[in-house]
Design a protein around this ligand. Structure first.
Ligand SMILES: Nc1ncnc2c1ncn2[C@@H]1O[C@H](COP(=O)(O)OP(=O)(O)OP(=O)(O)O)[C@@H](O)[C@H]1O
Ligand SMILES: [Mg+2]
Length: 388
């Protein structure tokens, strides 16, 4: 289906004249979206499976560790899409050490976690910012808080022309709107979040993600912020009461198609094709998240049983074990803090868990030894490994 989704405007970058794209405000018109047929089926399925994921969150006894784990999984995946080389284990190790990250890639993922936590909390609080350009900019400031982001104007809407793909604007895959149009376009964007649209919220979230990427309002971090936006919109419209959907897994697995579909909205007006891809992703990842949550839960229960049946199990080792789902990587100092015990007692507890084959030592940190909850991490890690 052919549909015109915006206009082109001439913009000058470094003496070169380029055609910058200025999208029409949402929702798509001429023709309006058709949500019947195959798209209707995908929408119903994605909505139902997302509901089941949200319900799964209600059913598990201690949901906070799922949230902890899945937020980190999403942070790693979303950052990997654009080539960040940090793994889930890298992130958890740094968090467990209590030290500031030295590696720029890990720092970037830490920024994502911080940004998501900030924005999510803001939507929760009565006096927090609603979804708005201000909230996005404050979130962006945190996302790009690390050394690498410092030169990219964290928290500020860009004042220069940018481009995607290619070595210079003249051979770019896509040139987003000129900076002087952004104030007006972001105003339209905010209105599209808060107007009384009768489109289904899941569809609106999909449309808004593309619109955000098309505006590319920041110098960097637009991909990550735009994916984070999806989570915020699902919360805003009551589809997700906890950030348990790690949609970036799907975007990472189908990265070429993800980029192609984003482009096709601009070049062919193919909103329907994008929505089919997006809704499929929501359904697949929601299913996988439910299955992962179940399996993680089973691992925690099995290992607990294995531990308490052992002759060498002590009260303190069982107490340490109960912290593992929320601290799947733990250092000796971390264990001392968690248990409020002496160093020898913490070492003893870790030793018992090691003997039982529940945790394994990580690397050679002499001063502050770290161990990992292996079976748990192996499962959580799926999809976040790097293909080196
Ligand atoms: N052809 C396209 N049209 C519109 N948006 C696109 C296109 N190709 C990629 N994108 C979006 O642009 C994002 C990359 O933009 P940007 O570099 O600002 O994000 P980022 O999160 O900083 O990524 P990086 O880790 O590379 O710095 C992609 O993740 C994708 O969402
Ligand atoms: Mg970038």
């Amino acid at each position: 289906m052919e549909r015109i989704t915006g206009t082109y405007e001439e913009s000058t970058v470094a003496g070169e004249v380029v055609r910058a794209f200025v999208p029409f405000p949402l929702p798509p018109e001429e023709p309006p979206l058709r949500l019947d047929g195959e798209l209707g089926v995908l929408l119903a399925s994605a909505t139902e499976r997302l509901r089941l994921l949200d319900l799964a969150g209600d059913l598990v006894p201690s949901v906070d560790w799922f949230v902890y784990a899945f937020v980190r999984k999403e942070a790693v995946l979303s950052s990997q899409i654009e080539g960040t080389q940090a793994t889930l284990l890298d992130l958890l190790e740094v968090e467990a050490s209590g030290e500031a990250p030295v590696d720029a890639d890990v720092e970037e993922v830490c920024g994502y976690v911080d940004a998501l936590n900030f924005a999510w909390a803001s939507l929760h609080r009565d006096d927090g910012l609603p979804i708005s350009v201000r909230l996005l900019s404050e979130t962006h400031r945190r996302l790009l808080a690390g050394a690498r982001g410092a030169t990219k104007q964290p928290g500020e809407i860009r004042r220069s022309q940018n481009w995607i793909g290619g070595t210079r604007p003249g051979n770019a895959v896509f040139v987003p709107p000129p900076p002087h149009r952004l104030a007006e376009l972001l105003g339209d964007f905010e209105r599209a979040v808060h107007d009384g649209s009768d489109l289904p919220p899941l569809v609106r979230a999909g449309l808004l993600h593309v619109q955000f990427e098309t505006l590319h309002p920041y110098l960097d971090g637009n991909g990550r912020l735009g994916r984070l936006l999806i989570t915020l919109l699902l919360k805003h419209w009551g589809l997700l009461s906890r950030p348990l959907l790690y949609l970036s897994l799907f975007f990472k697995l189908h990265r070429q198609e993800y980029y192609r579909r984003l482009s096709a909205v601009r070049t062919d007006g193919d909103w329907e094709g994008w929505l089919a891809f997006f809704l499929e992703g929501v359904a697949v990842v929601a299913d996988e998240a439910v299955a992962t949550a179940r399996r993680l839960h089973a691992i925690v229960a099995d290992h607990r049983e294995r531990l308490v049946l052992r002759d060498d199990a002590t009260m303190i080792s069982v107490r340490l074990y109960e912290h593992l789902p929320r601290h799947p990587v733990v250092t000796v100092n971390g264990a001392i803090d968690l248990l409020g015990c002496s160093r020898p007692a913490a070492l003893k507890a870790i030793g018992v868990l090691e003997e039982a084959g529940i945790v394994r030592p990580l690397g050679e940190r002499r001063k502050n030894r770290a161990v990992a909850f292996e079976a748990y991490l192996d499962l959580l890690r799926q999809g976040t490994e790097l293909v080196r």
